[in-house]
Write a protein that binds this ligand. Structure first.
Ligand code: SAH
Ligand code: SF4
Length: 379
């Protein structure tokens, strides 16, 4: 069993505490210490007796902590964190300030096994799933860095630190992350249990208490997991990366479509909405002359008919070795116009963080593209 206390829901902590012969309510102190106060060292948890703390340590329990290996700030106000995990693997998270919201885009896997053709994360080798502890800790570590701490934030040049000050000083003294999107590295529904556990932990009122309506999970279309999510008691908002209105094109862009083709995906969304009454967001990355013609827009409207949804059109972000070009703003606008004329609520997202390679689909955490990609290129 994983003995990281950060990885546990309150109910799981209660079972551990009771299993050690202690009173159940003590689990509440532990949970609050870890998730509301970002407590890291059991030795400083003075509401538990010394003897109990020693017992926990003796039994191998600990509180994990990911390390900020680097933090890059974009002039647009966004920031990209490179985190190092206990086993040396690396992931990235992106902080996106927007008026009164502070959104963190979290990773769920090291790399991604889905291999979408237009995504930098899909080009690196999949290494492993994250634990729930590692997912929630992205929030705590990013938040901790928002409290001015000159030692780790200096040294990035005058422009950066000026930008840093303007971002930080406009916030309350301890800025808090208000929204979470599971849209960093990885496919959340290939790591379903840890993702749902992290959401239960982050949403809990005794912990970080992030409202469930402020949490969005984005999937490339794992239809079976969408059906499973419909049955959960606690459900985040659901976003689906569609990127093509027909199977032939989607097969080419997103290999998952060969396993869960569009008809199956749409059936799962219909079942999800019948069960939950919730609308979903479809994301559509705009790739020049690949999926961005007016005919694609019309086919998209047809495909989604009868669903409750909105569409986010995402400018394709470039990365080295990518075979695609992003659509021009003019093409994106014309595509959006077709959707809007058909009554579809449509938002165009011109992404933040491009200068620091923190925009959608640019996260590689310093890993090189997998060998198969390099081979393919030289063939
Ligand atoms: N794996 C999940 C969540 C992470 S990807 C998913 O695919 O939904 C988050 C979003 O980034 C997805 O909507 C994806 O389509 C988009 N994306 C991937 N590569 C991109 C790129 N190069 N430019 C813009 N968006 C991209
Ligand atoms: Fe993975 Fe999402 Fe990138 Fe596809 S778009 S490779 S599912 S991270």
């Amino acid at each position: 069993m994983n003995k990281d206390l950060k990885d546990k829901t309150l109910e799981e902590l209660e079972r551990i505490v009771v299993g050690l012969g202690q009173k159940k309510y003590l689990a509440g102190y532990l949970f609050k210490f870890i998730h509301a106060l970002n407590g890291r060292d059991l030795a400083t948890l003075s509401t538990l007796s010394k003897a109990f703390r020693a017992q926990l340590v003796e039994q191998g329990y600990f509180i994990s902590q990911i390390q900020v290996a680097d933090c890059l700030r974009d002039p647009d106000g966004s920031a990209k964190y490179l985190f190092e995990l206990a086993d040396g693997e690396r992931i990235e998270s992106v902080l996106l300030p927007d008026e009164d919201r502070l959104t963190l885009c979290v990773s769920t896997q090291v790399g991604c096994p889905m291999g979408c053709a237009f995504c930098a994360t899909g080009k690196i080798q999949f290494r492993r799933n994250l634990t729930a502890g590692e997912i929630v800790d992205q929030v705590y570590a990013a938040e901790a860095s928002l409290v001015p701490r000159p030692s780790s934030l200096d040294g990035q040049g005058a422009a950066d630190s000026a930008n840093q000050k303007s971002t930080l000083n406009n916030q309350p003294s301890e800025p808090r992350i208000t929204n979470l999107v599971y849209m960093g590295m990885g496919e959340p529904f290939q790591n379903y249990d840890a993702v749902m556990r992290s959401i239960r932990i982050l949403n809990h009122t005794s912990g970080r208490n992030i409202g469930i309506r402020h949490i969005t999970v984005s999937t490339s279309g794992v239809a079976s997991a969408i059906r499973q999510l419909a049955k959960e008691e606690i459900r985040p908002r659901l976003a689906i990366s569609l990127n093509a209105p027909g199977d032939a094109l989607r097969d080419r862009l997103m290999p998952i479509n060969r396993k869960h083709p569009l008809a199956e995906l749409m059936d799962a969304v219909r079942a999800y909405q019948a069960e939950t009454g919730q609308r979903v967001t479809f994301e559509y990355v705009m790739i020049e002359k690949v999926n961005d013609t007016l005919n694609h827009a019309k086919l998209l409207v047809k495909l989604l008919r009868g669903l409750m949804y909105n569409v986010n059109l995402i400018e394709h972000n470039p990365f080295s070795g990518c075979e695609f070009t992003g659509s021009s703003r003019d093409r994106i606008q014309k595509f959006a116009d077709v959707l809007k004329e058909a009554g579809v609520e449509t938002t165009i997202r011109f992404r933040m963080g491009r200068k620091i390679k923190a925009a959608c689909g640019q996260l590689q955490a310093g890993y090189e593209p997998a060998e198969r990609e390099i081979r393919n290129k030289s063939e």
